[in-house]
Design a protein around this ligand. Structure first.
Ligand SMILES: CC(C)(COP(=O)(O)OP(=O)(O)OC[C@H]1O[C@@H](n2cnc3c(N)ncnc32)[C@H](O)[C@@H]1OP(=O)(O)O)[C@@H](O)C(=O)NCCC(=O)NCCS
Length: 207
């Protein structure tokens, strides 16, 4: 059950709070510490960042959620380059997780992306969360993740058409936009500007 919230575009005055929120949401989840707040920080000045789809979720004057989108593409087997988008980091404040806010923010942003004419979205993530909002395992639709063998079913690489039929007849390969591959040392230096937090090695982390 959610309390009252608003979703609006991020402004410059949100930058620090959104980065701190991202850090809090991702800290020790996928690795000891996290890189995602630095990914967000560096993406805003990249040409493939989509300012029209850079949203914060606010409650009682405090940010509780954030999502950003990036232009990306599928390199189709027939030689076409199919423009799509990916998104993330998507973050919900730790104290607000598993109350439905992430689903609301995701679906709101997907609808705004649809209004912009985006045909499909790709994401590496958990089907248990994204599957509820229309995402399916991409390899079952002929869209393959660059880092895995083509014949593999990659359960964490997901796709969702925003325009029905947009990917009909398309097979090909997707690679994450360059901006997601940040330098870990630079990320560490950036992290030093935030309040001290302990990095922990926990079970379930993937890096
Ligand atoms: C992932 C995240 C954005 C989801 O937002 P949320 O508000 O917590 O999720 P919701 O309450 O809308 O979840 C709806 C359903 O999705 C599924 N789900 C949500 N988070 C999940 C997770 N981490 N793992 C598996 N399933 C998840 C569950 O089925 C959940 O329903 P339930 O709580 O009744 O079991 C949020 O938990 C978060 O910020 N996590 C840390 C950062 C992160 O992992 N971001 C995504 C990277 S791809």
């Amino acid at each position: 059950m959610q309390n009252k919230y608003t979703i609006r575009l991020e402004t410059k005055s949100d930058y620090n709070n959104a980065e701190n929120l991202t850090r809090e949401a991702f800290w020790n989840v996928y690795r000891p510490g996290c890189l995602e707040h630095y990914v967000l920080h560096t993406f805003r000045s990249r040409p493939d960042f989509v300012p029209e789809l850079d949203f914060v979720m606010e409650q009682n004057g405090k940010l509780i959620g954030h999502i950003m989108y990036v232009r990306s593409e599928i390199c189709a087997d027939d030689g076409r380059v199919i423009p799509i988008m990916t998104f993330g980091p998507i973050s919900i404040a730790p104290e607000c997780k598993r109350k439905g806010y992430g689903t609301i923010l995701l679906r709101y942003s997907m609808n705004e992306a649809r209004k912009l004419g985006v045909g499909a979205l790709a994401i590496t993530g958990n089907i248990n969360f994204y599957g509820k909002s229309g995402f399916t395992v991409a390899s079952t639709k002929g869209i393959h993740y660059y880092a895995e063998p083509r014949e593999a079913e990659v359960p964490y690489f997901l796709i969702c058409e925003l325009k029905p039929g947009f990917l009909n007849g398309v097979s090909g390969v997707y690679k994450d936009p360059e901006g997601y591959f940040v330098d870990e040392k630079e990320a560490e230096d950036f992290d030093a500007k935030f309040p001290q937090k302990e990095k922990l090695k926990l079970s379930g982390q993937i890096f």
